[in-house]
Structure formats: structure tokens, C-alpha cells
Design a protein around this ligand. Structure first.
Ligand code: GRF
Length: 195
């Protein structure tokens, strides 16, 4: 089995997309060994529990700094012997040491076509607000490896989504999630797990 650890901070719809594709057999040789949240009480943890997946809360604020937090996460994922770490709406920065330790084993899903609307501060609704402000007609999502630069690692997959007349950031965000993020994240995992 290809062992996946998932890091979350919120609702967990991307986590759900992975769970669904494991359960329907598309990711037949994959298992999620644990879901770790940087925030307490987030719905992503409920989704994990509902599907019998180990749900762990490691609040970022319980640790002194990024380094201490990253060491705790690294210990957790080493114990779990993960083959891949998926950042699925994970809003916390990881240390360089963590990134080096799991080189080419950490992926992230970002809600724009990198290199547009990405980098520091481009999370949540911001990429969509900026896409609408700029007036692009096409946006989308990107799955990429995580390196030391925010949203700067090697691209694995991208999918385009059309902007529509009258879109609000919220409407565009929902479309990008449904039509792009939730599709290419399992696809990227399939490529990396060779399932
Ligand atoms: C997604 O837009 C993802 O691209 C971004 O954070 C959001 C998380 O959503 N990194 P969810 O928690 O997976 O529903």
C-alpha cells in the first residue's frame, strides 16, 4: 500500500476528494494513514473519523515556532512511514528542514494556474479576488511539489476553469474546487503512487 498523510486546516473538501477516489477504487493501492489538522474543531477531522481514518489535531499555536511545529509533524509522519504528504488546504508554513526531509514527497493543491495569483498571501479567497480584479477569463488549479518557495515547486498537474460573467470570488472558488482541485489532486496522487 502507498501510505498517504494529509495535512489540513479547514473544511477538507480536497481531503474528501481523495477519500472518495480511494473508496471507489481509482486510487486502489493507496491508504490515508492519518489526517493531521493545524486547527482545532475543523470539519476535515470529522470527515476523516467518519471514514475510519486516524484524525490527529496538532494545533500550530501549541508550539513555540515553525521549527518546533515542523519537528513534531516530521516525527509523526516518520512514525506513520508515509510515502507522500498532501497539503490539502493546510495554512501553516513548514520549516526548510521538514521540506528537505520529505523532498519530492510533499504536494500541495493551489487554486490558480501557477505562476498567476500565487505566492505569499495568496490563500483562501485571495487568488479568486485577484483573478477577478485582473479580469482573466481563465483560471484553475495547480498541484505541485512543495519546495522552499511558496507555491514554487515543480508542477505536477494543472486544470483550467473558465471565469463567468457575474462571478463573485465565492462562486469562482466553488467552481475551481469542484471542476479542478477535486479532480487533479487525486489524479496527481495516482501518478505518484502508480496505482
Ligand atoms: C482550497 O482552495 C485549496 O486549494 C487551498 O485551500 C482550500 C482548502 O479547501 N489550498 P478544503 O479545506 O480542501 O475544502
Amino acid at each position: 500500500m502507498f501510505r498517504i498523510g494529509v495535512l489540513v486546516s479547514g473544511g477538507g473538501t480536497n481531503l474528501q476528494a481523495i477519500i472518495d477516489r480511494i473508496e471507489d477504487g481509482y486510487l486502489g493501492n493507496c491508504e490515508i494513514t492519518s489526517v493531521v489538522s493545524s486547527k482545532e474543531g475543523v470539519f476535515a477531522l470529522e470527515r476523516a473519523k467518519k471514514h475510519g481514518i486516524k484524525a490527529v489535531c496538532m494545533p500550530r499555536k501549541a508550539y513555540a515556532d515553525t521549527n518546533e511545529y515542523s519537528v513534531a509533524l516530521a516525527n509523526h509522519f516518520e512514525t506513520e512511514k508515509v510515502d507522500l504528504i498532501v497539503l490539502a488546504g493546510f495554512l501553516t508554513v513548514l520549516s526548510e528542514e521538514f521540506i528537505k526531509k520529505f523532498e519530492n514527497k510533499i504536494i500541495n493543491v493551489h487554486p490558480s494556474l501557477i505562476p498567476s495569483f500565487c505566492g505569499k498571501g495568496f490563500y483562501g479567497l485571495v487568488p479568486h479576488q485577484e483573478a477577478l480584479k485582473y479580469g482573466v477569463k481563465v483560471t484553475g488549479a495547480t498541484v505541485h511539489f512543495v519546495n522552499g518557495e511558496v507555491d514554487g515547486g515543480k508542477i505536477i498537474l494543472q486544470k483550467a476553469v473558465y471565469v463567468q460573467e457575474g462571478d463573485t470570488p465565492e462562486v469562482l472558488q466553488a467552481r475551481v474546487m469542484k471542476e479542478a482541485e477535486h479532480i487533479i489532486l487525486p489524479e496527481a496522487i495516482k501518478i505518484l503512487s502508480k496505482s
